[in-house]
Design a protein around this ligand. Structure first.
Ligand code: GDP
Length: 447
């Protein structure tokens, strides 16, 4: 990870910023009295930018006019090690001789520096901001570490220094590793063929199947491996919730319960396969389940089962496809596959698509890449100005994957019409290959 150092004289608010960037967890562990506070380090996440942050707080007792020796050594070492340093001043206190001395030294080095004027909430820091401009380190970022104001400006200032490593690929978390077991749930109405499918996939009679609705064991998760086209064994963790249906006696209850089953499974799953019975087509219940799965932010794959006995195959397929695209307005083009759980036809393709869908669902795009696309996107189709008010989008970052989630910053972006949000989401899908997994976009307006 790129390294960001926070430097400045005592009491300007370095630790508050550090805690804000790293989160409470580490602060609690390290903030005990007696613990050496020469340097604290932690992993930071600022609106999706990830970096390692070093806090050089300490020596608060040495409030002297000149930089005390140890603090100087500390600061110098931090600045040398860091990709960029955040030099913090207290805008309420104004520039002190010590600030000026640190600034002088910083100018003499070639290291990148971002000047931050802290304690700027309200208008309190205005005078200090002007004084800080005279330090010769560029315009300061008005900030409030205490209140979290100025975060977007800080993001903007750090971006060119910090994005480099993101391009090289952030280390994925364990969960996101492509080798982690694919958490798969198979849902669908009773008799769609879920148990038959599971048996076929596992290649053994692990579950009881029969023509009667609801004959299966209790919900259970099963680890197994699927040999892909290259002959690699891919780990899969499958959940079967079908067993829960056993308790229901009446047909309507079964219908209700299958939505609940589906939702239980969805909690656990990365990818949800919704199994349809080709001899019955798409029913309202199926659309309801599909919609809920997407709302929960899970990746969805739909399989038309019993294809071996389907009649009028092509018109059936097109009918289902059309009804899906119409019924699932939020995501178009959810993968629709034809399978036969009984004969095994189409199951390799199903598993392949399930893995690919998880890849898309877990994909992370670097902030640099994103914003290069973003600039083009808003140039090609500039945002509207509702009521004559100009909306100025500035930055976009991916703050989460699984499902891919983005935050858009800029002036009045909260006023962006849904149609324009959809334009951006579809653009993201195309550019970064998100396919038909749910993509989320949050809008954060800055003043
Ligand atoms: P579940 O309730 O969704 O678990 O459904 P089951 O797996 O118990 O299957 C219900 C019925 O459909 C059983 O009689 C299966 O033999 C039958 N079935 C399942 N898959 C297929 C298939 O691909 N083709 C055909 N022809 N029948 C199937």
């Amino acid at each position: 990870l790129p390294i960001v150092a926070i430097i400045g004289r005592p009491n300007v608010g370095k630790s508050t910023l550090f805690n804000r960037l790293v989160g409470k967890r580490l602060a609690l562990v390290d903030d005990q009295p007696g613990v050496t506070r020469d340097r604290r380090e932690g992993d930071a996440n600022l609106l999706g930018l990830e970096f390692r942050v070093m806090d050089t707080a300490g020596y608060e007792e040495d409030e002297a006019a000149t930089l005390p020796g140890r603090m100087r050594a500390q600061t110098e070492a931090a600045v040398r090690d860091a990709d960029v340093s955040l030099f913090m001043i207290d805008a309420r206190a104004g520039i002190t001789p010590l600030d000026a001395e640190i600034a002088r030294w910083l100018r003499s080095t070639d290291r990148p520096v971002v000047l931050m004027a802290n304690k700027c909430e309200g208008k309190a820091g205005e005078a200090g901001i002007y004084e800080a401009m005279a330090l010769g380190l560029g315009d300061p970022i008005p900030f409030s570490a205490e209140h979290g104001e100025g975060v977007v400006d800080l993001f903007e200032a750090l971006l060119p220094h910090v994005e480099r490593d993101a391009e090289e690929g952030v280390e994925p978390e364990d969960e996101e590793s492509p080798d982690a077991p694919l958490k798969l749930a198979i849902v669908g109405r009773p008799n769609a063929g879920k148990s038959t499918l599971v048996n076929k996939l596992l290649g053994e009679d692990r579950m009881i199947t029969g023509p009667e609705a609801g004959i299966t064991r209790d919900s259970i998760s099963i680890d197994w491996q699927w040999p892909d086209a290259e002959g690699n064994l891919r780990a899969v963790r499958l959940i079967d919730t079908a067993g829960m249906r056993k308790r229901a006696k009446i047909e309507e209850k079964l219908e209700k319960l299958s939505v609940m089953d589906a939702m239980r499974a969805v909690d656990f799953a990365e990818v949800v396969v919704l199994l349809l019975d080709a001899t019955r087509g798409l029913e309202v219940q199926d659309l309801k389940i599909a919609d809920r799965v997407l709302q929960e932010g899970r990746a969805l794959v739909i399989a038309l089962n019993k294809w071996d006995v389907a009649e009028n195959a092509s018109s059936l397929f097109n009918g289902v496809k059309g009804a899906l695209d119409e019924g699932l307005a939020q995501v178009k083009g959810v993968p629709l596959l034809t399978v036969s759980a009984e004969t095994g036809k189409g199951l390799d393709m199903l598993m392949q698509v399930a893995f690919e869908t998880r890849d898309a669902w877990s994909r992370r795009v670097s902030t640099g890449q994103l914003n290069r696309w973003f600039e083009r996107a808003i140039e090609t189709n500039p945002p509207p100005a509702p009521g004559g008010k100009r909306i100025k989008p500035r930055y976009i970052t991916q703050n989460k994957s699984r499902p891919p989630s983005f935050v858009l910053f800029g002036t009045r972006v909260d006023l962006l019409p849904v149609s324009y949000q959809r334009y951006l989401i579809n653009g993201l899908r195309k550019e970064f290959d998100f396919g038909a997994v749910p993509v989320r976009l949050a809008l954060r307006a800055s003043k």
